[in-house]
Design a protein around this ligand. Structure first.
Ligand SMILES: [Fe+2]
Length: 153
C-alpha cells in the first residue's frame, strides 16, 4: 500500500507501521514458539488476506490521489481493527492463563495497533475532505460536460 499512497504523510504512516509490524510478528512468533514448544505455524490469516485483496481492488479501480488514499486508509483501518480485536482477545487469554509476560507483550502490540489506527484517523480527516471535494468536482465537470453536449446537440 505504501507504493500506491499519494499523500506523503500517509506513505510515512504506512512505512512506519510496516516496520512496527515486523517487530510485532517477531514477538508473536517468539510467544507462539514458547507456548507450542518451538512449533510456529506459518498459515496466513484468511481475513487479512481478504482485506489486502480489497485494498488491491481499490488500487486497480482508482487513480493516484485523495480518493485512492481515502480507500487505502479505510482498508488499513479495517486491518487495524481486526488486529486490535485479535490482540485484545489474545492478551485476555494470556492473562487468564497466568502468562503475565506474554500478556504484557500482547498489550504492547495492542497499544501500537491502536496508535496506528488513531494516526490513520487523523490523516483521514484531510484526505476524506480532499477526496470528497475531488468527487464533487468530477461530478460538476461531468454534469457540465453533459450539459455542454446537450447544448451542442
Ligand atoms: Fe497493524
Amino acid at each position: 500500500m505504501i507504493g500506491h499512497a499519494g499523500e506523503e504523510r500517509l506513505k510515512e504512516a504506512f512505512q512506519s507501521h510496516l516496520q512496527e509490524t515486523e517487530v510485532q510478528a517477531q514477538r508473536l512468533e517468539q510467544l507462539i514458539a514458547e507456548v507450542n514448544e518451538g512449533d510456529v505455524d506459518d498459515k496466513k490469516d484468511p481475513i487479512i488476506t481478504a482485506l489486502i485483496g480489497s485494498g488491491e481492488n481499490i488500487v486497480s479501480e482508482s487513480d493516484e490521489g485523495p480518493v485512492r488514499d481515502a480507500g487505502l486508509i479505510a482498508t488499513a483501518q479495517k486491518i487495524e481493527h481486526y488486529e486490535i480485536a485479535s490482540y485484545g482477545s489474545a492478551r485476555d487469554w494470556a492473562r487468564i492463563l497466568g502468562l503475565n509476560q506474554d500478556a504484557e507483550m500482547l498489550q504492547k502490540t495492542l497499544d501500537e495497533e491502536k496508535h496506528a489506527d488513531e494516526l490513520l484517523t487523523s490523516i483521514s480527516q484531510q484526505t476524506n475532505r480532499c477526496g470528497a471535494n475531488r468527487c464533487s468536482m468530477i461530478r460538476s465537470l461531468s454534469a457540465t460536460h453533459r450539459f455542454g453536449n446537450a447544448r451542442i446537440e
